[in-house]
Design a binder for this molecule. Structure first.
Ligand code: PEP
Ligand code: MG
Length: 535
């Protein structure tokens, strides 16, 4: 037996036989054609087949895993329909007389490099998508089979898996993934988590593992190859315990989240779209404590209209059926960049033009969003929350605009409610003047991701700083304490919607400090509830 350490992409433990999957070699040599017309025809046909296949995969994934997971394949279809991509291939065939295969390979190289050069991490990841679509077209040109039919459930080992690879396998036959490459935020890791399949990445997987037995422990970030009888018994025990734990957590779904001391903690979830709102309810959340509205903008190719936003907010509110929906107004900027906003290049984007700063400077955007939120408020229990606040003046201005929009709607006889107003406390400035800010709002929500970043001067995007990052740093905990105290003095309820809210080693401390609400990712709701109820 041999133990290999890696990184967890998706937690959970499984045992099974390894299937080592080798990616097909799509290295294409430079080749010319004497019949460009025919090559053009071949390329067009292959592209059509690839598009058809993608549509099928998209529909299949949408049904089995949901819209969010299927989205990647609609992105692939968009890329495959991209004018520049197609034009480059077609002119390479007609003008340079390259074969269809070579023209596709050249375009792949060109566009992958272009995406890799981009500043934005999201755009950099698109390079993988270009490879995916190009290989899909190549596989049709070369008439290659894309995936082996699996006959029995296996642990899939590979150099790397793209979302396109993963979906072609029959999921019921995949026990887990282990790959040499990959990052925790890659699409494959996200898919593994949403499929609830354990996955360990950055392990030196080898071809001769094929057919051998393995324990894949996504919780301990390791794999054991050729495990001994005792290790297998141990793993089986862990699997049983995990199953029991899951069943136990599900049994808490309808329990009230009340501490041993008898204090009610509102247990909400964070969501970025309507599907996650549904997920939150399935996992027993009592409301949405943070609806990241910027994802509506990130998923669009142009400014979402009032009507488009209104429909989304209204649907979310209706699904929640009276449970609270806290909509955070646009938090674009920093790492969340949208091309159509034409945001300036900045030296320090996290300290730059973002969130409420953009909304107050470009009020037409802000008013459109507020109109949509207020209109939706007639159909559920909605609250609004402003991000990245640092001053009293900003809150006063934001509230003034909100009131103007409300009056305008009332003049137009459009129904809307008097909704609760909150702010995110995610800058040390806001925490330090939280006594004054509390006079202006109904609630505070601590955004501990940014609050930690700004308090410790540690860029939350920079992996190199992992060792310096201390989520329990006293400075952050002191600010949290101060905010709860100041909020309560002025009658505000105070919650946490940053990742720290799901850290169960702090749940007891939060409740001792008097926290009123915790908003965590849907998958963490029951784990936090257990801690609240049982201490
Ligand atoms: C936070 O900063 O803690 C927060 C919840 O906001 P985001 O992670 O979206 O910046
Ligand atoms: Mg934040």
């Amino acid at each position: 037996m041999k133990v290999y350490k890696g990184k967890t992409a998706s937690a959970g433990i499984v045992t099974g036989k390894v299937f080592f999957w080798e990616k097909q070699n799509f290295e294409i040599e430079e080749t010319k054609t004497e019949n460009p017309e025919q090559e053009l025809e071949r390329f067009r046909k292959a592209r059509e087949c690839a598009l058809k296949q993608l549509e099928e995969i998209y529909q299949k994934t949408r049904k089995s895993a949901g819209e969010k997971e299927a989205e990647i394949f609609s992105v692939h279809m968009l890329l495959l329909n991209d004018e520049d991509y197609m034009q480059m291939i077609e002119s390479s065939i007609t003008e340079q007389k390259n074969t269809a295969e070579y023209a596709v390979a050249l375009a792949e190289e060109h566009f992958m490099e272009m995406f890799r050069q981009m500043d934005n991490d999201y755009m950099k990841e698109r390079a993988d998508d270009i490879r995916d679509i190009s290989e899909r077209v190549l596989s049709h040109l070369l008439s290659r089979q894309q995936m082996t039919e699996l006959e029995e459930p296996v642990i899939l080992a590979a150099e790397e898996l793209t979302p396109g690879d993963t979906v072609l396998f029959d999921r019921s036959k995949i026990l887990g993934f282990v790959t040499r490459k990959g990052s925790e935020n890659s699409h494959t890791a996200i898919l593994a988590r949403s499929m609830n399949i354990p996955a360990v990445i950055q392990v030196q997987a080898e071809k001769d593992w094929d057919g051998r037995w393995m324990i894949l422990d996504g919780t301990e970030s390791c794999i054991i190859l050729d495990p001994a009888e005792t290790e297998l018994k141990e793993a089986e025990k862990k699997i049983r315990q995990e199953k029991e734990r899951e069943a136990y957590l599900v049994s808490l779904k309808d329990r009230e989240s009340i501490t041993l001391e008898g204090r009610k903690i509102r247990l909400y979830a964070n969501a970025g779209n309507v599907e996650e709102v549904r997920d939150a309810l399935t996992n027993g959340a009592e409301g949405i404590g943070l609806f990241r509205s910027e994802f509506i903008y990130l998923n669009a190719s142009d400014y979402p209209t009032e009507e488009e936003q209104y429909k989304i907010y209204r649907t979310a509110a209706e699904i929640l059926d009276g449970k609270l929906l806290v909509i955070r107004t646009l938090d674009i900027g920093a790492d969340k960049k949208v091309s159509y906003f034409d945001l300036p290049e900045e030296e320090n984007p996290a300290l730059g033009y973002r969130a409420i700063r953009i909304c107050l400077a470009r009020q037409e955007l802000f008013r459109t969003q507020l109109r949509a939120i207020l209109r939706a408020s007639a159909y559920g229990n909605i609250a609004v929350m402003f991000p990245m606040i640092i001053s009293v003046k900003e809150v006063e201005e934001a509230k003034k605009i909100l009131n103007e929009v409300k009056s305008e709607l009332r003049d137009q006889k459009i129904p809307c409610q008097d909704i609760e107003i909150g702010i995110m406390i995610e800058t040390p400035a806001a925490a330090l003047i939280s006594d004054e800010l509390a006079e202006l709002v109904d609630f505070f929500s601590l955004g501990t991701n940014d609050l930690t970043q700004y308090t410790l001067a540690i860029d939350r995007q920079n992996q190199q700083l992992d060792t310096f990052y201390d989520a329990h740093h006293k400075a952050v905990l002191k600010l949290i304490q101060m905010v709860i105290e100041n909020g309560h003095k002025k009658g505000c309820w105070v919650g946490i919607c940053g990742e720290l809210g799901a850290d169960t080693t702090l749940t007891g401390w939060f409740t001792e400090q008097g926290i009123d609400e915790l908003s965590v990712c849907p998958a963490s709701v029951l784990k936090v509830k257990d801690k609240i109820i049982h201490g």
